[in-house]
Design a binder for this molecule. Structure first.
Ligand code: CMC
Length: 391
């Protein structure tokens, strides 16, 4: 069996070759298919970036409109499928609804399940991109005890997601500034190479499980507070600081003393040992959106103060801990009107193109083997079985 090397957390083990996303963590660089994240965030649209990640090239105008039309045609939910989501308790966490709904999709679309049928994979790709916002918006409405609002394909992907989430009764006017901000945030989350959820998607897919089963497992991984759940955890942390008697400095002392369960959430990253380029963009957007909405947010002040302290503190400097993408996103989502339990579902809607692109790249790579790490056994040596009466 050869020599087995222990690498807990895969600190130094590459699981695959990939052409999708490039990160230089020391320099703070992120590129999708070679394009700098800053340019895509400023100039592109979410579905265009999805196409880029999945197909490898930016689409022509014709390709983009054909892709967009195909996605928009599938945004509706089957009545039975609505009933499935409707069967969840009202206070169910939307991430539970999202992962369950995605794992149920192959039951409704068996023609899209075969991982080796190109047309089926193309259909599954489109169905996932199309249905995730509708499912997330419906889960959000249900949590408020409201009826689902069906999609309106004429509005476009991001504006319609906002409408399905927030419209009440009469018309809903989408604020172009919010559409722009959400579009940008989704782009920033669209891929991040072999992170925990993406590696999960790949490892499930490596057993030749279908795209839905793989993505559903990825949603489960994303829900963890050390991963996508961090955006929710950041807001919980800011709430705690705001409502406790502790000031920011006292909180930071607790972090540095490594008090059980106290971390500066939204800080640190396995790969970035420099400012996360996404965090720099998000910080700018947080200011614009909050200003535009006329929300002077005390929590934004607290967050900026935490960052300021951290960036000049030996503990954080030594460990190269900088704000990551999750540090400021929650404040923007909150200003848009989303409750904290919707933050991670928004991350999932954004990350879907990355999961799909990575799963497809893996399935098309003839060198792919089933993901099956080895272990270093530290248990008992052989011993004799003892009957229950003699124990
Ligand atoms: N606050 C305080 N100390 C920290 C933090 C933090 N946020 N992050 C890392 N450290 C310390 C850690 O205690 C350790 O110290 P020491 O060397 O004395 O033992 C050192 O820094 C290295 O940390 P690590 O946990 O070994 O690093 P990792 O690469 O295993 O973990 C991480 C990376 C992102 C899980 C971690 O930094 C963390 O828990 N951050 C807070 C949660 C968070 O913001 N997650 C979002 C990540 S980015 C987006 C995403 O993936 O969804």
């Amino acid at each position: 069996t050869g020599l087995v090397t222990l690498d807990s957390g895969f600190m130094n083990t590459a699981s695959c070759e990939s052409k999708i996303t490039y990160i230089d963590g020391d320099a703070g660089i992120l590129r999708y298919r070679g394009y700098p994240i800053e340019q895509l965030a400023e100039q592109s649209s979410f579905l265009e970036v999805a196409y880029l990640l999945i197909k490898g090239e930016l689409p022509t105008a014709t390709e983009l409109s054909a892709f967009t039309e195909r996605v928009e045609r599938h945004t509706h939910l089957h009545d039975n499928f609505k009933a499935l989501i409707g069967a969840f308790p009202q206070d169910a966490h939307p991430m539970a609804v999202l992962s369950s709904a995605v794992s149920a999709l192959p039951g409704y679309y068996p023609e899209s399940v075969d991982p080796f049928d190109e047309n089926a994979v193309e259909l599954a790709t489109v169905l996932l991109l199309a249905k995730l916002p509708t499912i997330a918006a419906y889960a959000f409405r249900r949590s408020r005890g409201e009826e689902m609002i069906g999609p309106d394909q004429s509005l476009g992907y991001v504006p319609d997601f906002l409408r399905m989430s927030f419209a009440n009764g009469g018309g809903y006017e989408t604020d172009p500034e919010l559409v722009k901000a959400l579009n940008l945030l989704l782009i920033l989350h669209a891929d991040h190479e072999q992170n925990c959820s993406t590696s999960t998607v790949r490892i499930v897919g490596s057993a030749h499980a279908n795209l839905y089963a793989s993505v559903s497992a990825g949603i489960g991984a994303l829900s963890g507070p050390l991963h996508g759940g961090a955006n929710e955890a950041v807001l919980a942390m800011l709430n705690d600081i705001q409502s406790s008697d502790d000031d920011v400095d006292t909180f930071m002392t607790r972090v540095k003393n490594k008090e059980q369960g106290v971390r500066l959430m939204g800080f640190g990253h396995r790969v970035y040992k420099n400012y996360d380029p996404r965090a720099a963009i998000v910080k700018g957007v947080a200011h614009t959106v909050l200003e535009k909405l006329g929300k002077s947010d005390e929590q934004l002040e607290i967050a900026m103060r935490l960052e300021e302290i951290a960036l000049s503190d030996e503990y954080f400097i030594q460990r190269k801990l900088y704000p990551n993408v999750d540090f400021y996103t929650g404040l923007i989502y909150k200003a848009m009107g989303f409750p904290t339990n919707m933050f991670t579902p928004l991350f999932a809607v954004g990350r879907a193109p990355g999961w799909i692109a990575q799963w497809r790249e893996m399935m098309n790579d003839p060198t792919t083997k089933i993901g099956r790490p080895r272990q270093v056994y530290t248990g008992h040596a052989e011993r004799e079985y003892v009957g229950v009466d003699a124990r």
